[in-house]
Each structure stands twice: as C-alpha cells, then as structure tokens.
Design a protein around this ligand. Structure first.
Ligand SMILES: Nc1ncnc2c1ncn2[C@@H]1O[C@H](COP(=O)(O)OP(=O)(O)OP(=O)(O)O)[C@@H](O)[C@H]1O
Ligand SMILES: [Mg+2]
Length: 246
C-alpha cells in the first residue's frame, strides 16, 4: 500500500487581501516525485513555502503522515527537521566552513553525535564530489558547488520529504547538469520523496511521477508525468509547454 507522506486539503493563502492560492488539494506518497510547473507568478514558490511553514495560510488543512499540522512555530520547527528545503539562493552561512555548515543543524538541533554526523557528511560530500572542499568557505565555491553543498546540508538532517524551488535557476548553464544529476540520483537510488519546482523541462519530464500545473494560484491540472509532457489535459498547459520550447 502506498504510504502517504503529505496531504493538502482546501488550502487558501492570502497576502493581505489578495488571494495567492485557491483551494489547493493534493497529496504525495512515499518515494514519489511531484513537479510543480506553471508560469511566473502562478504561486509555485508560495505553495512550496507554505508546505514548509515559511508562509502561514488562512484556511485549509495540511497533514504529515496523516496527522494534521497545527500552524504554530514549535510545530513547524519540529517538522522542518523532516522536510528539507533547497532554494534558488544557497543560504549557506558565510562565516562557517562547508563541514560546519553541514554539521550545524544535525548536531545543534537534532542533538546527534558530532563524529557520527561528520562521517556521514563526508560520505555525502563524496557523493557530490566535493569531499576535498570540506574545509572551504562558501565564498571559495562556485554557484553549482554551493548548491550541491546546500543539498548535502539538507540531506544530513535525514528528511522524509525534500522541497526544491528552482535550485538551478541562478546557475551558469554548465553547472546546472551536475545539480540536476544529484536530484535525479536521489530519486533513482534513494527513492527520496520530493516536490520540485523547475523551469528545466527536460529534467522535469525525466523525473516527474506527477505534474501539478498551476496558474493564478490554482491547480489547473494534475497529470501523470509522462502523460503531461506528451498530452497535457488543458490547452493552457499545452501553450505553456510550447512557450518553453519543449
Ligand atoms: N511576500 C509576498 N507578498 C505579497 N505578494 C506576494 C509575496 N510573494 C509572492 N507574492 C505574489 O504571489 C504571486 C505568486 O508568487 P510566487 O512567487 O509564488 O510565484 P512563482 O510561481 O513562484 O513565480 P516564479 O516562476 O517567477 O518564481 C505573485 O503574484 C507574487 O507577486
Ligand atoms: Mg518562484
């Protein structure tokens, strides 16, 4: 039986008087990859930030493993240990080395043994081919390298769900592939449950089990990945794919 990780029911989100998300409903099962697509301003980042407690919502319900998430800070602090997020900007602490950036939350927040986390961090760094940069500072790394570290830092928390919001959008083209490859491997090898916002359509077509297509803060369609890229259900999504020259 599929194990449901996250479920969203009738979620409405406002910025002041203006409604940014309209009646959002979907769920994601363990090991699934859901991709959020849609034009600029359609609400992709707003939705993904809401799923991590970074944006409050007005009504509707969120469930994690079937348990309703109360909207209070303490709750979200706990939950954020299980929901990893990587943004477009890397948000590494500039005054800490790569290793200390990775160790910080597992040791300070989760109270795990430093040596044990360090060993795991080195294995993860190996995986993203940056083990020799463990003692570097973020300023000494390229954008692509920083983004790979940001992914490792999130993984070191042992998340059950990973959220990615346009993690390659600010990278030079030659850096993009390496980062996408790591995310693809997380799906293929680790069966990581992921919600991904991306403008890289070829990547989305390869990785998405399901696509949610958003416009104007609404889910216009929810379609299996393969089908979405071959024959989307709405003309609006077809137009969008054409505009992306996919
Ligand atoms: N903090 C905020 N306050 C007010 N309005 C906001 C805020 N953040 C986003 N919005 C508005 O909400 C809408 C959705 O924005 P959002 O950033 O979620 O879009 P997006 O789909 O991620 O777009 P993009 O592809 O450009 O990243 C936009 O109209 C935006 O102007
Ligand atoms: Mg966005």
């Amino acid at each position: 039986m599929a194990e449901e990780i996250l479920k969203v029911e009738h979620l409405n989100k406002f910025y002041g008087d203006w409604q940014a998300l309209h009646d959002i409903n979907f769920s994601i099962n363990k090991g699934e990859v859901v991709t959020l697509l849609g034009p600029s301003g359609s609400g992709k980042s707003t939705l993904i930030r809401t799923l991590n407690g970074l944006e409050p919502f007005r009504d509707g319900k969120l469930y994690f493993h079937g348990k309703e998430i109360e909207q209070d800070q303490k709750n979200w602090q706990e939950l954020r240990q299980k929901i990893g997020m990587v943004f477009q900007s890397y948000d590494l602490f500039p005054n800490l080395t790569v290793m200390d950036n990775i160790l910080l939350a597992p040791v300070k927040v989760q109270g795990r043994d430093k040596e044990e986390v360090k060993k795991e961090a080195l294995e993860l760094l190996d995986r993203v081919e940056l083990r020799n940069h463990a003692d570097s500072y973020p300023r000494e790394l390229s954008g692509g390298q920083k983004q790979r570290i940001a992914i490792v830092r999130a993984l070191a928390m042992h998340p059950e769900l990973m959220l990615f919001d346009e993690v390659t959008a600010s990278l030079d083209p030659e850096m993009v592939r390496g980062v996408l490859q790591i995310i693809k491997e997380l799906s293929d090898r680790d069966h990581m449950t992921m919600i991904i916002v991306t403008h890289e359509m070829n990547f989305a077509a390869k990785i998405a089990d399901r696509v949610l297509f958003l416009e104007g803060g609404k889910i216009l369609e929810e379609t299996p990945g393969k089908q979405f890229f071959e024959k989307p259900q709405t003309s609006r999504a077809a137009e969008f794919l054409n505009s992306m020259e996919f």
